[in-house]
Design a protein around this ligand. Structure first.
Ligand SMILES: Nc1ncnc2c1ncn2[C@@H]1O[C@H](COP(=O)(O)O)[C@@H](OP(=O)(O)O)[C@H]1O
Ligand SMILES: [Mg+2]
Ligand SMILES: [Mg+2]
Ligand SMILES: [Mg+2]
Length: 315
């Protein structure tokens, strides 16, 4: 472990190590796709799939995080078996130069956060439906860090970024700490005079579509993954992410929310209430998600969501 690891705040260390751990999970996801044996199973429904990549990536992330931060609570999407299974290949994040943590700024109010206060929400593969359909750049690995019920830090790794540009570096990783710093990609403002809305591609409903129409979009980007959609907000390709559905879970939103807020954006439920991230909360974001890029009028978007949409999403 480097000297910096002992002198930097715990939260910066968790985020820095999560960068390396997420990059390693991305390698696992690419390897499984290359082998072509996806081992697809249905979870709660045919719209809720799990592949060997979801399972193997989660085993690796949880095993590695547990080893580095044994006193924190870690909650992963892929259920009890994968969480208790610590047989994943242990990856030592301090061996990876991508976990250079000295540049990850932590604001004063978060420098004293203790390991046992952290709740780490892990989505080992966000955008599973798109992964199985070959829409590979929709896939992300999400590691979100909460303290006091709030999303305070996060990592989004996009393992297939640039996969259609041979010769360019494959994959990218974005990280952030709320009130601290954001890194890994330039933050770009979306174009003025347009309202580009991003929403689900594979989990639509009439309520989802009513909410999208209500914000009067000039364009709608239907893409996979909560992580991918928040990346579109960060890189100036969309103004707002509207998802009036109870389908997203805490592991889908914790990391994207922390990074978006670190970059000046806002993520709430569809009514404008904050999403809680304590260890004991229900996993489902039953009142939907609305996220806006930095500089956008979040309240104005919320005000356009029709009452019948809000009424359909009960806590
Ligand atoms: N109706 C639904 N049923 C199950 N999962 C849903 C869902 N709606 C959204 N989700 C989950 O929320 C995440 C983002 O969804 P979408 O891509 O449709 O915007 C996906 O995460 P995973 O791919 O990690 O499971 C997806 O499974
Ligand atoms: Mg899933
Ligand atoms: Mg997900
Ligand atoms: Mg997932």
């Amino acid at each position: 472990m480097s000297v910096a690891a002992h002198t930097t705040p715990l939260l910066s260390r968790v985020v820095g190590y999560s960068v390396a751990i997420a990059n390693n999970a991305g390698r696992i996801i690419r390897d499984i796709m290359k082998r072509g044996e996806l081992g697809i199973v249905e979870k709660e429904s045919a719209r809720d799939l799990q592949t060997e990549a979801d399972r193997a990536a989660q085993r690796s992330i949880i095993t590695s995080l547990q080893k580095c931060f044994p006193k924190s609570t870690i909650i992963g999407e892929e259920g009890e078996d994968e969480v208790k299974d610590l047989s994943g290949q242990v990856f030592d994040p301090s061996s990876d130069s991508s976990s250079s943590i000295s540049s990850i700024a932590c604001p004063p109010q978060l420098t004293t956060v203790a390991e046992e206060e952290l709740v780490i929400w892990v989505d080992p593969l966000d955008g599973t439906a798109e992964y199985t359909q070959g829409l590979l750049d929709h896939v992300t690995v999400l590691i979100g860090i909460a303290s006091g019920g709030k999303a305070v830090g996060g990592v989004i790794h996009q393992p297939y970024y640039n996969y259609q540009n041979p010769g360019a570096e494959l994959g990218r990783t974005i990280w952030g700490i709320v009130g601290g710093s954001v890194g890994g990609m330039p933050i770009v403002a979306p174009p003025e005079g347009k309202v580009i809305v991003t929403t689900t591609r594979s989990h639509s409903s009439s309520t989802v579509n009513d909410a999208v129409a209500a914000v009067s979009p000039t364009e709608v980007l239907r893409v996979g993954g909560a992580g991918h959609k928040v990346m579109l907000l960060l890189e100036g390709k969309a103004h707002v992410y509207v998802f009036a559905s109870p389908g997203c879970k805490k592991w889908d939103t914790c990391a994207p929310q922390a990074i978006l807020e670190a970059a000046g954006g806002i993520l709430t439920d569809i009514k404008g209430d904050p999403i809680p991230y304590h260890a004991t909360v229900a996993h489902r974001n039953s009142t939907g998600v609305l996220a806006s890029a930095a500089g956008q009028d979040h309240q104005a978007f919320l005000a356009k969501i029709p009452q019948h949409v809000k009424d359909n999403l009960k806590a």
